[in-house]
Design a protein around this ligand. Structure first.
Ligand code: SF4
Length: 350
């Protein structure tokens, strides 16, 4: 049994709202959806008409990493379908409490690469900034489900250490906003941070790793597009979508708004048992991504994070799947199958 309680249970949404700058923005529609997300396993089961016998397992997983599902995502999950591929990503299970050999709290050993609070520097030329500790959805396979966000959520004053680090290293050309989900921070907070970043002359690109435009498409509102349009930095958004059913018309519309603002849209997926571990599903995902204006980028094998072993697809099976996928798709719709290995200078192709 896993006994360590997730730091997600210790943090709350107040951290996300207050870290960069005191004083709250008036709640935008997406923020109301965020705070109204389902956080109770029983409610999730009832809303989807699922068997109450799933509740004990759901509660056991929820204790380790709380359930969080916003309404806009819930609307894409089929009712009375325990194997729905979107539900599998968000429903806590008893399996999460089981230990598995090689599955650890910090599979990417990110703790070793933090020269400043809120900043991770693993790869040459780019750094990752933890812009928000919160997510709009809690994905059960998340490799940061045990990340110590409380220790890595700088206030505006505390960001100076990370910004000084960036100013002092002119080999860094790209800042990656990550989290949690960086777009869970308010636009006033993000606008301030991006303003500080674009004042650093050697920074060229702003990359945003986010799932929010997928799970709450209303996040792509005028306030977000305001600071995105205003920055001199080149903009890349790496979305996280694992199944074609996640892309409904609201997501397509959000992507259209982002593309009009000059954002390059890429997608990274995780290969997950019971979600997308077959050729037809992966091919449909790539096709649907392209229809929405998004290019497939990476297909990650699962990071061995404690509590997620039931999602694993062995390497040999992953290679076979991708090899067969190649005969179904043009090259530009093929994601690269990779693993993130601690200490390596880049992602490792499989
Ligand atoms: S949105 Fe990303 S960071 Fe948040 S729980 Fe899901 S995979 Fe993890």
């Amino acid at each position: 049994m896993i006994t360590r309680r997730s730091p997600f249970l210790q943090e709350n949404m107040m951290i996300a709202a207050a870290r960069l700058e005191p004083g709250a923005d008036a709640a935008a529609p997406w923020q109301r959806q965020l705070s109204g997300a389902i956080r109770d396993p029983r409610q999730l089961l009832e809303r989807l008409g699922l068997d109450a016998r799933l509740l004990d397992g759901a509660r056991a997983g929820h204790v380790l990493f709380e359930v969080r599902v916003p309404e806009a995502y819930l609307a894409r999950i089929a009712r009375q379908a325990p194997d729905d591929p979107l539900l599998r990503q968000v429903l806590p299970l008893e399996e999460e409490t089981r230990s598995a050999e090689g599955y650890v709290l910090d599979p990417l050993e990110e703790a070793q690469h933090r020269p400043a609070r809120g900043l991770i520097h693993k790869y040459a030329g780019r750094v990752l900034l933890i812009a928000s500790p919160a997510c709009a959805v809690n994905c059960r396979y998340c490799f940061r489900r045990h990340f110590p966000y409380a220790d890595n959520s700088p206030s505006r004053a505390q960001w100076q250490e990370a910004l000084d680090y960036l100013r002092g290293d002119d080999s860094i050309h790209e800042a990656i906003l990550s989290g949690g989900d960086p777009l869970a921070a308010s636009d006033r907070q993000l606008g301030w941070l991006v303003g500080e970043l674009e004042a650093i002359p050697h920074l060229k690109r702003l990359r945003i790793h986010t799932r929010l435009p997928v799970v709450i498409p209303d996040r792509v509102d005028d306030a977000l597009l305001g600071w995105i349009n205003a920055t001199r930095l080149q903009k890349v958004m790496v979305l996280h979508i694992n199944h074609a059913n996640e892309i409904d018309q609201t997501v397509v519309d959000a992507c259209t708004r982002l593309k009009k603002a000059g954002v390059t849209l890429l997608n990274q997926s995780v290969l997950l048992r019971g979600v997308n571990d077959n050729v037809a599903t992966l091919a449909a995902l790539s096709e649907r991504l392209f229809e929405a204006g998004i290019l497939p980028y990476y297909l990650h094998v699962l990071d061995p994070v404690q509590g997620a072993a039931h999602f694993d697809v062995p390497d040999d099976e992953a290679r076979t799947l991708v090899s067969r996928l190649r005969s179904h798709l043009p090259g530009f719709l093929m994601p690269r199958l990779v693993r993130e290995v601690s200490g390596e200078a880049s992602k490792t192709p499989l």
